[in-house]
Ligand binder design. Structure first.
Ligand code: AMP
Length: 274
């Protein structure tokens, strides 16, 4: 991969990179399309990164379909797909992690303590090997995007970070590789996340800006959904990810909810009236 990147760069091409964990869906494909608007040589990586899973999480169960993924990458215009294996990525004696101080201490980082150091570590390694000019990340994983932007600045990566909006199913459920875990009934119930975000956005836009009250109503709504268990629902400053008391400027509502055993995340920006 590194030699390929050197060659592409020596040819004067603009290398764009979309890192993924595979089991690709339209959300990933949309990031590839966005990437190709920013460069002319698209590299996609497919790597289920063990360093970002906790001991009780779904590393082994994570859905995989390499053959289908490769066909989708080719169709989307990828020039190369990088599929490292974990024994090479984390060879004997590997012991280094990239740790960020503040942004991981919110939202998903609280319930998944190894998630973001695993992400920053693997993305650092991928950036060093793929050597992209541009890298594309989804707003679906808003906290991850914020952390990658911060890391890119802090560690002087000469890489432009571009984001893509969340691609949704017709009924609003954010597309996710993990949606494949849901039974048909859970799949129907899972639309509650999006409906709750939308309802809250509408309330904020019409002047109900007290964050505690918005959160209380949102929690009641999600608690009434069969098999749903809230991990967190928060309204935060989109830059610092700190909780806000009032939606008097654009604020991020973010949630993680278990539907059965499947942990789903989603988020939406809330805007005050006007
Ligand atoms: P993953 O394979 O889940 O690690 O995701 C790889 C990239 O795709 C990340 O930058 C995600 O934020 C992004 N992504 C995942 N789901 C969506 C979606 N529904 N819409 C847009 N981007 C997404």
């Amino acid at each position: 991969m590194s030699a390929h990147a050197d060659l592409v760069r020596s040819q004067g091409k603009t290398l764009v990179f979309v890192p993924t964990m595979g089991f690709l869906h339209e959300g990933h494909i949309s990031l590839m399309e966005i990437g190709l608007a920013h460069g002319n040589h698209l590299v996609v990586s497919i790597f289920v990164n063990p360093a970002q899973f906790g001991p009780t999480e779904d590393l082994d169960a994570y859905p995989r379909n390499m053959e289908r993924d490769l066909a989708l990458c080719q169709k989307a215009g990828a020039a190369a797909v990088y599929t490292p294996d974990s024994s090479k990525m984390y060879g004997p004696g590997f012991e280094t992690r990239v740790i960020q101080e503040a942004l991981p201490n919110h939202l998903c980082g609280l319930s998944r303590p190894r998630l973001f150091s695993g992400v920053t570590t693997v993305v650092t390694k991928l950036f060093n090997t793929v050597k992209p000019h541009v890298a594309v990340f989804g707003e679906k994983d808003f906290q991850q995007l914020a952390i990658i932007r911060r890391m890119t600045l802090d560690l002087d990566f000469d890489i432009k970070i571009v984001s893509g909006p969340t691609v949704r199913e017709q009924d609003g459920l954010a597309k996710s590789s993990r949606n494949s875990y849901l039974s048909p009934e859970q799949r129907r119930n899972a639309t509650a996340l999006y409906r709750c975000l939308e309802e809250t956005r509408n309330k904020a836009a019409s002047g109900q800006v007290d964050a505690q009250r918005l959160l209380q109503e949102a929690k009641e709504k999600i608690q009434s959904v069969p098999e749903a268990a809230i991990d967190y629902i928060s309204i935060v400053d989109p830059d610092t990810l700190e909780d806000v008391a009032r939606v008097d400027k654009p604020s991020l509502m973010a949630m993680a909810v278990f539907v059965g055993k499947t942990r789903l995340i989603d988020n939406m920006l809330l805007y005050p009236p006007g």
